[in-house]
Design a protein. Structure first.
Lengths: 151, 134
Protein backbone atom coordinates (compact mmCIF):
# COMPACT_ATOMS: atom_id res chain seq x y z
CA UNK A 1 0.00 0.00 0.00
CA UNK A 2 2.80 2.39 0.87
CA UNK A 3 4.18 2.00 -2.62
CA UNK A 4 0.95 3.18 -4.22
CA UNK A 5 0.71 6.09 -1.88
CA UNK A 6 4.13 7.31 -2.88
CA UNK A 7 3.44 7.15 -6.57
CA UNK A 8 0.43 9.37 -6.26
CA UNK A 9 -2.05 7.03 -7.88
CA UNK A 10 -4.74 7.42 -9.30
CA UNK A 11 -3.49 9.55 -12.14
CA UNK A 12 -0.09 8.23 -13.02
CA UNK A 13 -1.12 6.96 -16.37
CA UNK A 14 -1.19 10.62 -17.50
CA UNK A 15 2.42 11.06 -18.47
CA UNK A 16 2.95 14.73 -19.21
CA UNK A 17 6.25 16.34 -20.18
CA UNK A 18 7.09 16.62 -16.50
CA UNK A 19 6.55 12.96 -15.72
CA UNK A 20 10.25 12.23 -15.93
CA UNK A 21 11.09 15.20 -13.71
CA UNK A 22 8.43 14.12 -11.26
CA UNK A 23 9.90 10.65 -11.17
CA UNK A 24 13.36 12.06 -10.44
CA UNK A 25 11.92 14.30 -7.74
CA UNK A 26 10.27 11.33 -6.11
CA UNK A 27 13.50 9.39 -6.19
CA UNK A 28 15.30 12.31 -4.61
CA UNK A 29 12.61 12.60 -1.96
CA UNK A 30 12.97 8.94 -1.16
CA UNK A 31 16.73 9.32 -0.83
CA UNK A 32 16.34 12.41 1.30
CA UNK A 33 13.94 10.67 3.62
CA UNK A 34 16.74 8.67 5.12
CA UNK A 35 18.46 11.96 5.95
CA UNK A 36 15.67 13.18 8.13
CA UNK A 37 13.69 15.18 5.59
CA UNK A 38 9.96 14.65 5.88
CA UNK A 39 7.94 12.85 3.27
CA UNK A 40 6.01 15.14 0.94
CA UNK A 41 2.40 14.32 0.24
CA UNK A 42 1.50 13.75 -3.41
CA UNK A 43 0.08 17.05 -4.47
CA UNK A 44 -2.07 17.44 -7.55
CA UNK A 45 -2.09 21.23 -7.46
CA UNK A 46 -5.80 21.35 -8.16
CA UNK A 47 -8.51 22.51 -5.79
CA UNK A 48 -10.03 20.74 -3.92
CA UNK A 49 -7.56 18.42 -2.27
CA UNK A 50 -8.97 14.93 -1.97
CA UNK A 51 -8.49 11.85 0.10
CA UNK A 52 -9.21 8.59 -1.65
CA UNK A 53 -9.71 5.40 0.28
CA UNK A 54 -11.04 2.01 -0.65
CA UNK A 55 -12.72 -1.04 0.76
CA UNK A 56 -13.34 -4.30 -1.02
CA UNK A 57 -16.50 -2.97 -2.63
CA UNK A 58 -16.10 0.77 -3.03
CA UNK A 59 -13.90 3.81 -3.20
CA UNK A 60 -14.48 6.82 -0.98
CA UNK A 61 -13.53 10.30 -2.10
CA UNK A 62 -13.49 13.03 0.51
CA UNK A 63 -12.79 16.72 0.03
CA UNK A 64 -13.00 19.75 2.26
CA UNK A 65 -15.37 22.28 0.76
CA UNK A 66 -16.39 24.69 3.49
CA UNK A 67 -19.07 27.18 2.52
CA UNK A 68 -20.07 25.34 -0.63
CA UNK A 69 -23.77 24.65 -1.06
CA UNK A 70 -24.86 21.30 -2.51
CA UNK A 71 -26.68 23.11 -5.31
CA UNK A 72 -23.42 24.65 -6.53
CA UNK A 73 -21.73 21.28 -6.91
CA UNK A 74 -21.75 19.14 -9.99
CA UNK A 75 -20.41 15.60 -9.84
CA UNK A 76 -20.11 13.43 -12.90
CA UNK A 77 -18.98 9.86 -13.19
CA UNK A 78 -17.72 7.73 -16.05
CA UNK A 79 -16.50 4.15 -15.96
CA UNK A 80 -13.10 5.18 -14.66
CA UNK A 81 -13.25 8.77 -13.51
CA UNK A 82 -15.14 11.19 -11.32
CA UNK A 83 -15.25 14.90 -11.97
CA UNK A 84 -16.12 17.43 -9.31
CA UNK A 85 -17.00 20.91 -10.50
CA UNK A 86 -18.46 23.74 -8.54
CA UNK A 87 -18.28 27.22 -7.26
CA UNK A 88 -17.66 28.59 -3.84
CA UNK A 89 -19.56 31.80 -3.25
CA UNK A 90 -18.83 34.15 -0.41
CA UNK A 91 -21.77 36.50 0.04
CA UNK A 92 -20.75 40.13 0.11
CA UNK A 93 -20.95 41.78 3.48
CA UNK A 94 -22.16 45.07 4.79
CA UNK A 95 -20.93 48.00 2.70
CA UNK A 96 -19.42 49.81 5.65
CA UNK A 97 -17.42 46.80 6.75
CA UNK A 98 -13.73 47.46 7.13
CA UNK A 99 -11.58 44.39 6.71
CA UNK A 100 -8.89 43.16 9.01
CA UNK A 101 -8.25 39.86 7.30
CA UNK A 102 -9.40 38.29 4.08
CA UNK A 103 -7.97 34.84 3.71
CA UNK A 104 -10.97 32.89 2.50
CA UNK A 105 -11.26 32.56 -1.24
CA UNK A 106 -14.26 32.36 -3.50
CA UNK A 107 -14.28 31.07 -7.02
CA UNK A 108 -14.84 28.19 -9.35
CA UNK A 109 -13.15 24.85 -9.18
CA UNK A 110 -13.06 21.72 -11.21
CA UNK A 111 -11.19 18.53 -10.63
CA UNK A 112 -10.96 15.26 -12.43
CA UNK A 113 -10.11 12.17 -10.44
CA UNK A 114 -9.18 9.09 -12.38
CA UNK A 115 -9.98 5.99 -10.42
CA UNK A 116 -7.44 3.19 -9.98
CA UNK A 117 -9.89 0.62 -11.30
CA UNK A 118 -13.23 0.39 -13.04
CA UNK A 119 -16.26 1.75 -11.16
CA UNK A 120 -20.01 1.57 -11.43
CA UNK A 121 -21.00 5.11 -12.46
CA UNK A 122 -24.72 4.46 -11.92
CA UNK A 123 -24.41 3.87 -8.21
CA UNK A 124 -22.21 6.81 -7.22
CA UNK A 125 -23.56 8.60 -4.19
CA UNK A 126 -22.46 11.97 -2.85
CA UNK A 127 -23.17 13.88 0.34
CA UNK A 128 -22.04 17.22 1.71
CA UNK A 129 -22.05 17.52 5.49
CA UNK A 130 -20.34 20.24 7.54
CA UNK A 131 -18.34 21.35 4.53
CA UNK A 132 -16.99 17.88 3.77
CA UNK A 133 -17.89 16.25 0.51
CA UNK A 134 -18.00 12.50 0.53
CA UNK A 135 -18.50 10.52 -2.63
CA UNK A 136 -19.11 6.79 -2.36
CA UNK A 137 -18.04 5.11 -5.56
CA UNK A 138 -18.92 1.42 -5.84
CA UNK A 139 -16.43 -0.66 -7.75
CA UNK A 140 -17.51 -2.43 -10.89
CA UNK A 141 -18.00 -6.18 -10.50
CA UNK A 142 -14.86 -6.87 -12.54
CA UNK A 143 -12.61 -4.86 -10.24
CA UNK A 144 -13.82 -6.34 -6.97
CA UNK A 145 -11.38 -8.74 -5.38
CA UNK A 146 -12.47 -12.35 -5.51
CA UNK A 147 -11.77 -14.95 -2.96
CA UNK A 148 -10.01 -17.87 -4.59
CA UNK A 149 -10.28 -21.11 -2.77
CA UNK A 150 -7.25 -23.32 -2.81
CA UNK A 151 -7.99 -26.98 -3.30
CA UNK B 1 -18.65 38.77 -12.11
CA UNK B 2 -15.56 39.63 -10.18
CA UNK B 3 -15.41 36.49 -8.08
CA UNK B 4 -15.70 33.90 -10.83
CA UNK B 5 -11.97 33.22 -10.88
CA UNK B 6 -10.66 29.76 -10.18
CA UNK B 7 -9.75 28.79 -6.66
CA UNK B 8 -6.06 28.12 -6.26
CA UNK B 9 -5.15 25.12 -4.25
CA UNK B 10 -3.56 25.73 -0.91
CA UNK B 11 -2.26 23.10 1.38
CA UNK B 12 -3.74 23.10 4.85
CA UNK B 13 -1.47 25.05 7.11
CA UNK B 14 -0.21 22.99 9.92
CA UNK B 15 0.42 24.86 13.10
CA UNK B 16 3.77 24.63 14.76
CA UNK B 17 3.03 25.41 18.35
CA UNK B 18 5.70 26.58 20.69
CA UNK B 19 4.12 24.53 23.44
CA UNK B 20 3.52 20.84 23.08
CA UNK B 21 -0.03 19.64 22.69
CA UNK B 22 -1.41 17.30 25.28
CA UNK B 23 -3.57 15.58 22.70
CA UNK B 24 -1.74 13.82 19.89
CA UNK B 25 -2.61 14.69 16.32
CA UNK B 26 -2.16 17.47 13.80
CA UNK B 27 -3.24 21.05 14.46
CA UNK B 28 -4.23 23.31 11.59
CA UNK B 29 -4.74 27.03 11.18
CA UNK B 30 -8.12 27.79 9.63
CA UNK B 31 -8.50 30.53 7.04
CA UNK B 32 -10.45 33.47 8.41
CA UNK B 33 -12.08 36.68 7.31
CA UNK B 34 -12.45 39.43 9.87
CA UNK B 35 -14.29 42.65 9.35
CA UNK B 36 -15.48 45.39 11.54
CA UNK B 37 -18.39 47.76 11.46
CA UNK B 38 -19.14 50.50 13.94
CA UNK B 39 -21.13 48.18 16.15
CA UNK B 40 -19.45 44.82 15.87
CA UNK B 41 -16.59 42.67 14.73
CA UNK B 42 -17.44 39.65 12.60
CA UNK B 43 -15.18 36.69 12.12
CA UNK B 44 -15.70 33.98 9.54
CA UNK B 45 -13.60 30.84 9.73
CA UNK B 46 -13.41 27.80 7.47
CA UNK B 47 -13.50 24.78 9.70
CA UNK B 48 -14.75 21.89 7.57
CA UNK B 49 -15.72 18.77 9.46
CA UNK B 50 -16.15 20.38 12.87
CA UNK B 51 -19.44 19.54 14.57
CA UNK B 52 -20.97 22.24 16.77
CA UNK B 53 -20.43 20.25 19.97
CA UNK B 54 -16.71 19.93 19.17
CA UNK B 55 -16.26 23.64 18.65
CA UNK B 56 -14.99 25.74 21.48
CA UNK B 57 -14.92 29.52 21.44
CA UNK B 58 -13.28 31.22 24.35
CA UNK B 59 -12.87 34.93 25.02
CA UNK B 60 -10.92 35.98 28.02
CA UNK B 61 -8.74 39.02 28.66
CA UNK B 62 -9.10 40.23 25.06
CA UNK B 63 -7.84 36.92 23.71
CA UNK B 64 -10.20 35.03 21.49
CA UNK B 65 -9.45 31.36 21.04
CA UNK B 66 -11.20 29.13 18.55
CA UNK B 67 -10.66 25.39 18.84
CA UNK B 68 -12.46 22.80 16.78
CA UNK B 69 -11.83 19.09 16.68
CA UNK B 70 -12.45 16.97 13.63
CA UNK B 71 -13.29 13.38 14.38
CA UNK B 72 -11.73 10.87 11.99
CA UNK B 73 -14.40 9.84 9.52
CA UNK B 74 -12.74 6.89 7.88
CA UNK B 75 -13.95 3.51 8.97
CA UNK B 76 -11.36 0.93 9.92
CA UNK B 77 -12.15 -1.17 6.84
CA UNK B 78 -10.93 1.56 4.51
CA UNK B 79 -7.46 1.53 3.11
CA UNK B 80 -5.72 4.70 1.97
CA UNK B 81 -5.10 5.05 -1.75
CA UNK B 82 -4.28 8.73 -2.04
CA UNK B 83 -4.03 11.11 0.88
CA UNK B 84 -3.71 14.78 0.00
CA UNK B 85 -4.90 16.36 3.22
CA UNK B 86 -4.87 15.42 6.85
CA UNK B 87 -7.50 16.19 9.42
CA UNK B 88 -7.10 17.13 13.03
CA UNK B 89 -7.75 20.08 15.22
CA UNK B 90 -8.34 23.63 14.06
CA UNK B 91 -6.87 26.22 16.35
CA UNK B 92 -6.48 29.96 16.11
CA UNK B 93 -6.07 32.78 18.54
CA UNK B 94 -6.61 36.51 18.16
CA UNK B 95 -6.03 39.47 20.38
CA UNK B 96 -8.94 41.86 20.22
CA UNK B 97 -8.20 45.50 20.55
CA UNK B 98 -11.81 46.45 21.19
CA UNK B 99 -13.85 45.75 24.27
CA UNK B 100 -16.43 43.10 23.43
CA UNK B 101 -19.80 42.66 25.05
CA UNK B 102 -19.41 39.06 26.15
CA UNK B 103 -23.12 38.51 26.76
CA UNK B 104 -24.07 39.30 23.17
CA UNK B 105 -21.56 37.13 21.32
CA UNK B 106 -23.28 35.09 18.65
CA UNK B 107 -21.84 32.08 16.86
CA UNK B 108 -23.32 30.22 13.93
CA UNK B 109 -21.90 27.14 12.27
CA UNK B 110 -23.10 26.02 8.88
CA UNK B 111 -21.56 24.14 5.94
CA UNK B 112 -18.20 24.10 7.69
CA UNK B 113 -18.05 27.86 8.16
CA UNK B 114 -18.17 29.54 11.54
CA UNK B 115 -19.66 33.00 11.74
CA UNK B 116 -18.86 34.74 14.96
CA UNK B 117 -20.36 38.11 15.77
CA UNK B 118 -18.68 40.06 18.53
CA UNK B 119 -20.61 43.21 19.44
CA UNK B 120 -18.54 46.04 20.85
CA UNK B 121 -19.56 47.49 24.19
CA UNK B 122 -21.29 50.82 23.99
CA UNK B 123 -18.39 52.95 25.08
CA UNK B 124 -16.05 51.45 22.51
CA UNK B 125 -18.19 52.48 19.55
CA UNK B 126 -16.51 55.47 17.97
CA UNK B 127 -18.00 58.84 18.56
CA UNK B 128 -17.45 61.84 16.43
CA UNK B 129 -15.46 64.31 18.37
CA UNK B 130 -16.32 67.88 17.80
CA UNK B 131 -13.37 70.20 17.80
CA UNK B 132 -14.06 73.54 19.31
CA UNK B 133 -12.05 76.42 18.11
CA UNK B 134 -10.21 78.13 20.91
Amino acid sequence: MIYRRFLGVPSWEFKGPFAELERMKRQMDRLMEGWGATYQKPFAGVFPLINLTETKDSFFIRAELPGVVAGDLDIQATANSISVTGERKIPSENKEARWHRREREAGKFSRMISMPSEIDPNKVDASLVDGILMVVVPKAEVSKPRQISVR
Amino acid sequence: MADSKDIKVREKQELTTPAEQTKPGAVFTPQVDIFETEKEITLLADIPGVKSDKLNIDLRDDILTITGDVEPVESSAEEDVLIEYETGRFYRQFTLSEVIDQSKIDAKLGDGVLRLTLPKVEKATPRKIAIKSA
